[in-house]
Design a protein around this ligand. Structure first.
Ligand code: MGD
Ligand code: MGD
Ligand code: SF4
Ligand code: MO
Length: 892
C-alpha cells in the first residue's frame, strides 16, 4: 500500500487492466478506503483520458464474490495443501500418461511475468507445448498473418500514426466502444483537421461509424474479396510501388495472377456492397498515401481470419505504405496484455521471446538459457483442439488461469461438459463463482488489478507497469507466485526460485537478447539486469530496446527490412471465405461482440451499477424487417437456435443499424447473471485453418418469438437468490439489484418475491393485482426503506427501469411515494432519467431529450447543461444520434 510518511494517501501510477489501448491510470486510495481513479496525463497512450470502463475502475474493487482462500474439492484449504495437491496430480499424470496429458489454458489478461513463468514451466520443464490462451480466440489470426507477411509477429506502427494519417480504415473494429480512447484521439484529430477521412467496414452501423465519412456495410466475411478488389484497383490505376515491391517483397506475381480479372459484379456479390461505395473506397485509398488500416475481431475471428489479415497487408506492401509515419496495417490488440503474451510465447505454436518452437537452434538456445531438462519439440494443442482433447480424455489435468472458457469458448456447453469430465481441473481466478471456477477441483484465489505487480504491453508495443496500491484480500496470491510454487513442488526449485516480478522481468528481457543481434524483432535486453528499484520506477517504453540503447519511439520496417531469412516481406495469396453457414434451417448469420460498458464475462464491470445501467440485459440486435418476417417485436423475448442444438433467450432490440439477414448478440452474459444469454453455446467450433482461431462472428441461426406467460421486472436491496424463472437477467443497481424476468407459467408472485428477493418476513407489503390484465405490482418495505419490488404483466413490463432502480435509495415515509412506486413511474415532482446514455454522470435519454427540447442543439451544449459526454466521451456518438433523431421534433 502507498501511504506517505505523514499518513496522507499518495497516488500510484499504474495501467488500466481492460483493453489493449493500455491507458495510464493514477489510482489514489482515499482516507475512507475508497479508490479514486483518473487518467495519467503523462502516459503516451492516453495523455490523461480514460473511457467509461477505465473511469469506473474504483467501483469494481469490492470483495463481493472474491475468492479469498484456496479451495480443494469445494472445501477451504491452506496454500500448502492446495499447491502440494496440484503439483502431485500434475506430476503423477505426467509420470503415468506423459507430458502431453496435461495442459494450461491461460489469458491475455495475465501480466507478462505470470505468463513468462507459465510458458517456461510447460515448454521447458514439463516438456509439452500444451499451453494455449484466450488469445487464440482473439489475436491468433493476426499473429499468423504477421508471420506469413513479415516473418515475425510485428505490429509495425504506433498510435501517433493515427494522428498523422490522411485516411484511417477501420475494418471489423468497433473502436468507439472497444478502444474508446484511441477512437477519441482520432475524433479529436478529425475535429482539428477535417481533411482526415475515416472509413468503417462493418456489417453493422456501430457507434464507431458515427464519425465515418464512409461506412461499408459489408457482407459477413466479405473482407478478403474487398481487399483483393482494392489491390486489383491499385494495380490497374498504377498506384502500386513497383520499386518497393521489387526491392522488399516476394510473391507479388502469384497474388497478381489470383486477383486480376474479377468482374465488378462478382465483387459486388461477394462483398454485398454497391458499385458506388466500392469505387468511393478504392479511390480514397488510392489517393491517400498516408493510410492506416486498423483491424480487430471482425477480421481475426473468422474461418478466413488469417487471409483477411494478409489481404489487408498485401495492399500496404504493394504501395510501400508501411513502416512510415501515418501509414501501415495496424492490428488492434484486445486484452491489456495480448501483446505481452505473444512476447513470452504464450501460444501453443510459439517459443519464448519471439523464437520459433520448430526451430532447433531456437529450442536449444532457450533450453540452455533455462537449464531446462526437457523441451517441447512440437506445437501443442490450440484452444479448440485442447478442449476437444479434454473432452475425449487425452488431457487429464488442466490448469485454467485468468479466463472463463465456459462462457467465452465456442460450443461453450461442450467445453463445460469437457471440463466437468476432466479428472483434475485447477482454476486460478479472482472471483469464486464464475461459470468456470465453479467446476474447479482446486480453486486458487488470485490477486487482481490494484493488488498485483508486473508489466503489460499495449497495441503499439509499449510496455507499462501495473503497480499495486492495495493489499490483496484474504490469502489471494499473484499468478506468477502460484505457478512458481507448483514448479518448485514438482522438483524444479532452482529454475523457479523467483521472489519478485522484477526478477522475472529481468530474465525475460535477457532471453529476448539471447543470440538475437537484430535477427528477431522482440528485443528488450536493455533491461536484462534491471533491479527492483528501477523496475518499480520503470516508465512506459516501446520495444524494441536492445542492450546499450535508450528508449525511443519506433516503427518497424522503415528501412524495408523484414524478418524472413532473405529480409523480404511476402505477399500471400488469399481465398475468400466459403459462406456455407446459413441454410434453410438456420437462415440468419449470428454476429457477436461487445458493448461499451462491459468487459467480457462481466466478473469486474458487472460490479459497477453505473456500467451495468447502459445495457442491463442480454439482447439481439435485429433489423426491423427481419423482426417483421420472423414475428418478433421490439422488446419482446427472442429464442435463438443453431446447429449446436442449444437455445438462447434474449431481449429483441429492433434496429436499422443492424443489416438484414444478420443479428448481433453480445458475448458478455453468463450463467451467473443470465443463464439463457450465453451466446457461445450456439457457436460451433469452426476455426481458421491457419491460425486455429474460431469463427465467432458468423454462425447460422434461427430465431423465433419466445412468448412467455408472464413477464417481470424486479428490484431488490439484496442479491436475489435461487431465481426460478425461464428467462432472467440480473444486474447491479445503485443500492441493490435489478432483475428482468420471463416465465412460462404463472405462480404465486407474492411467495415468489418473498423467497427470491429475500424479503424479511415482517416487511410491509403494498400492492395490487389486476386479474384481467395480469398486472401485479408488489413492494415490500422495512420501515421507510424499500426492500424489494416486483412488477409483473402478460406483456413485457413497461416500468421505467433506471427510475425504479433508483428508488432503492429513496425514503418511503410519504405515502405518495409508495403509490408512485407501485404505479411504476415517477410522481410529478420527480424526474425519470430514462435509459442511461452517459455512464460517467448517469445521465439518461429523457434528460437529454428534455435538454434538447429546452434548446440544446449540439453535443457540446448538452455537455454544458448536463455534463453528459464531458468525461470519457464514449457516449458522445450516442448523444449525437439522439440529437439527430430528436431535431425534427424539437424544431416543431
Ligand atoms: N467495451 C469493451 N471493450 C473491449 C472489450 C470488451 O469486452 N468490452 N474487449 C477487448 C477485447 S479482448 C477485444 S478482442 C477487443 C475487440 O474489439 P472489436 O473487434 O472492435 O469488437 P467486437 O465487438 O468483437 O467486433 C468488432 C466488429 O466486427 C464486426 N464484424 C463482424 N463480422 C464482420 C465481418 O465479417 N467483417 C467485418 N469487417 N466486420 C465484422 C462486428 O459487427 C463488430 O462491430 O475489444 C477490447 N475492448
Ligand atoms: N461469441 C464470442 N465469444 C468470444 C468473443 C467474441 O467476440 N464473441 N471474443 C473472444 C475474445 S477476443 C476474448 S479475449 C475472450 C475473453 O473471454 P475470457 O477471457 O473468458 O473473459 P474474461 O471475463 O475476461 O475472463 C477473465 C477471468 O479472469 C479473472 N481475472 C481477472 N484478473 C485476474 C488475475 O489477475 N488473475 C487471475 N487468475 N484471474 C483474473 C476474471 O475474474 C475472469 O473470470 O472471449 C472470446 N469469446
Ligand atoms: S480505452 Fe478504456 S478500457 Fe481501454 S485501456 Fe483506456 S481506459 Fe482502459
Ligand atoms: Mo480479445
Amino acid at each position: 500500500m502507498n501511504i506517505s510518511v505523514d499518513n496522507t494517501p499518495v497516488e500510484t501510477k499504474t495501467t488500466c487492466p481492460y483493453c489493449g489501448v493500455g491507458c495510464g491510470v493514477i489510482a489514489r486510495v482515499e482516507e475512507d478506503g475508497k479508490v479514486s481513479i483518473k487518467g495519467d496525463p503523462d502516459h503516451p497512450a492516453n495523455f490523461g483520458r480514460l473511457c467509461s470502463k477505465g473511469s469506473a475502475l474504483g467501483e469494481t474493487l469490492d470483495l463481493d464474490g472474491r475468492a479469498l482462500e484456496p479451495q480443494v474439492f469445494g472445501a477451504p484449504a491452506s496454500w500448502d495443501e492446495a499447491l502440494d495437491l496440484v503439483a502431485a496430480r500434475f506430476k503423477d499424470t505426467i509420470a503415468e500418461f506423459g507430458p502431453e496429458s496435461v495442459a494450461f489454458y491461460l489469458s491475455g489478461q495475465l501480466l507478462t511475468e505470470d505468463y513468462y513463468v507459465a510458458n517456461k514451466l510447460m515448454k521447458g520443464f514439463i516438456g509439452s507445448a500444451n499451453i494455449d490462451t484466450n488469445s487464440r480466440l482473439c489475436m491468433a489470426s493476426s499473429v499468423a498473418g504477421h508471420k506469413r507477411a513479415f516473418g515475425s509477429d510485428t505490429v509495425p506502427g504506433c498510435y501517433e500514426d493515427l494522428e498523422l494519417a490522411d485516411l484511417i480504415v477501420l475494418v471489423g473494429s468497433n473502436m468507439g466502444w472497444c478502444h474508446p480512447v484511441l477512437y477519441q484521439r482520432i475524433a479529436a484529430e478529425k475535429a482539428r483537421r477535417p481533411s482526415l477521412k475515416v472509413v468503417v467496414i462493418d456489417p453493422r452501423r456501430t457507434a464507431t461509424s458515427d464519425i465515418a465519412d464512409l461506412h461499408l456495410s459489408i457482407k459477413p466475411d466479405g473482407d478478403v474479396a474487398l481487399f483483393n478488389g482494392l489491390l486489383a484497383h491499385l494495380i490497374e490505376t498504377g498506384v502500386i510501388d513497383q520499386t518497393y515491391i521489387a526491392a522488399h517483397t516476394h510473391g507479388f506475381s502469384e497474388v497478381f495472377e489470383q486477383i486480376m480479372g474479377q468482374s465488378l459484379a462478382d465483387l459486388m456479390m461477394q462483398t454485398g456492397l454497391p458499385a458506388m461505395q466500392l469505387r468511393q473506397f478504392f479511390k480514397l485509398f488510392a489517393a491517400s498515401e498516408k493510410v492506416v488500416t486498423c483491424y480487430s475481431q471482425g477480421v481475426n475471428q473468422s474461418s478466413s481470419g488469417t487471409d483477411k489479415v494478409n489481404a489487408i497487408i498485401n495492399c500496404h506492401l504493394a504501395t510501400g505504405r508501411i513502416g512510415k509515419p501515418g501509414m501501415g496495417p495496424f492490428s488492434l490488440t484486445g486484452q491489456p496484455n495480448a501483446m505481452g503474451g505473444r512476447e513470452v510465447g504464450g501460444l501453443a505454436n510459439m517459443l519464448a521471446a519471439h523464437m520459433d518452437l520448430e526451430n532447433p537452434r531456437h529450442r536449444e538456445s532457450a533450453q540452455n538459457f533455462w537449464a531446462a531438462p526437457t523441451m517441447a519439440e512440437k506445437p501443442g494443442l490450440k484452444a479448440v483442439d485442447m478442449f476437444k482433447a479434454v473432452a475425449d480424455g487425452r488431457i487429464k489435468a488442466l490448469w485454467i488461469m485468468s479466463t472463463n472458457p465456459v462462457v467465452s469458448m465456442p460450443d461453450a456447453n461442450a467445453v463445460k461438459a469437457a471440463i466437468e469430465a476432466c479428472p483434475f481441473v485447477v482454476v486460478s481466478d479472482m472471483q469464486a463463482d464464475t461459470d468456470t471456477a465453479r467446476l474447479a477441483h482446486v480453486l486458487l484465489p488470485a490477486s487482481g488489478w490494484g493488488e498485483k505487480s508486473g508489466t503489460v504491453t499495449n497495441s503499439e508495443r509499449r510496455i507499462s507497469r501495473q503497480r499495486p496500491f492495495k493489499a490483496a484480500p484474504g490469502s489471494a496470491q499473484p499468478d506468477w507466485w502460484q505457478l512458481a510454487e507448483v514448479a518448485r513442488r514438482m522438483g524444479f526449485a532452482q529454475a523457479f526460485a523467483y521472489t519478485s516480478p522484477a526478477e522475472i522481468f529481468a530474465e525475460h528481457a535477457a532471453l529476448s537478447g539471447l543470440n538475437n543481434n537484430g535477427s528477431r524483432d522482440f528485443d528488450i535486453s536493455a533491461y536484462r539486469t534491471i533491479d527492483a528499484q528501477h523496475y518499480d520506477a520503470l516508465s512506459p517504453f516501446q520495444w524494441p530496446q536492445p542492450l546499450g540503447t535508450a528508449p525511443k519511439d519506433s516503427r518497424f520496417f522503415s528501412n524495408g527490412k523484414f524478418y524472413h531469412s532473405d529480409g523480404k516481406a511476402r505477399f500471400s495469396a488469399t481465398a475468400p471465405a466459403q459462406s456455407d453457414r446459413v441454410n434453410d434451417a438456420f437462415p440468419l448469420t449470428l454476429n457477436t461482440g461487445r458493448v461499451r460498458d462491459h468487459w467480457h464475462t462481466m466478473t469486474r464491470t458487472g460490479k459497477s451499477a453505473r456500467l451495468s445501467a447502459h445495457l442491463a440485459e442480454p439482447f439481439a440486435e435485429i433489423h426491423p424487417l427481419d423482426g417483421r418476417d420472423f414475428g418478433i417485436e421490439d422488446a419482446a423475448l427472442v429464442e435463438i437456435t443453431s446447429v449446436t442444438g442449444q437455445r438462447v433467450i434474449v431481449r429483441a432490440l429492433l434496429s436499422e443499424r443492424q443489416s438484414r439477414g444478420a443479428i448481433f448478440v453480445p458475448m458478455h452474459w453468463t450463467g451467473e447473471v443470465a443463464p439463457t444469454g450465453r451466446v457461445d453455446t450456439l457457436i460451433p467450433s469452426n476455426t481458421d485453418p491457419i491460425s486455429g482461431q474460431p469463427a465467432l462472428k458468423s454462425c447460422g441461426v434461427a430465431i423465433k418469438p419466445c412468448v412467455m406467460e408472464a413477464y417481470g421486472f424486479a428490484i431488490s436491496a439484496t442479491k436475489p437468490t435461487a431465481i426460478d424463472a425461464t428467462y432472467w437477467a440480473l444486474a447491479k443497481a445503485e443500492s441493490g439489484w435489478r432483475l428482468e424476468l420471463g416465465f412460462e407459467r404463472t405462480m404465486d408472485w407474492t411467495a415468489w418475491a418473498r423467497a427470491t428477493l429475500n424479503v424479511p418476513s415482517d416487511a410491509d407489503m403494498v400492492g395490487y393485482q389486476d386479474q384481467a390484465s395480469g398486472d401485479v405490482r408488489l413492494a415490500f418495505f422495512d420501515g421507510d426503506r424499500l426492500c424489494a419490488a416486483l412488477f409483473m404483466a402478460h406483456e413485457p413490463v413497461s416500468v421505467s427501469r433506471n427510475w425504479a432502480a433508483s428508488q432503492l435509495s429513496q425514503c418511503f415515509a410519504h405515502r405518495n411515494n409508495r403509490v408512485s412506486l407501485i404505479a411504476g413511474r415517477p410522481s410529478a415532482n420527480q424526474i425519470d432519467p430514462g435509459a442511461i446514455v452517459c455512464s460517467c454522470f448517469s445521465v439518461g435519454i429523457n434528460q437529454i431529450t428534455d435538454a434538447i427540447a429546452k434548446g440544446c442543439t449540439t453535443v457540446k451544449a448538452i455537455g454544458e447543461t448536463l455534463s453528459a459526454g464531458t468525461n470519457c466521451g464514449s457516449c458522445r456518438a450516442e448523444i449525437g444520434a439522439i440529437l439527430a433523431a430528436t431535431r425534427p421534433i424539437a424544431a416543431e
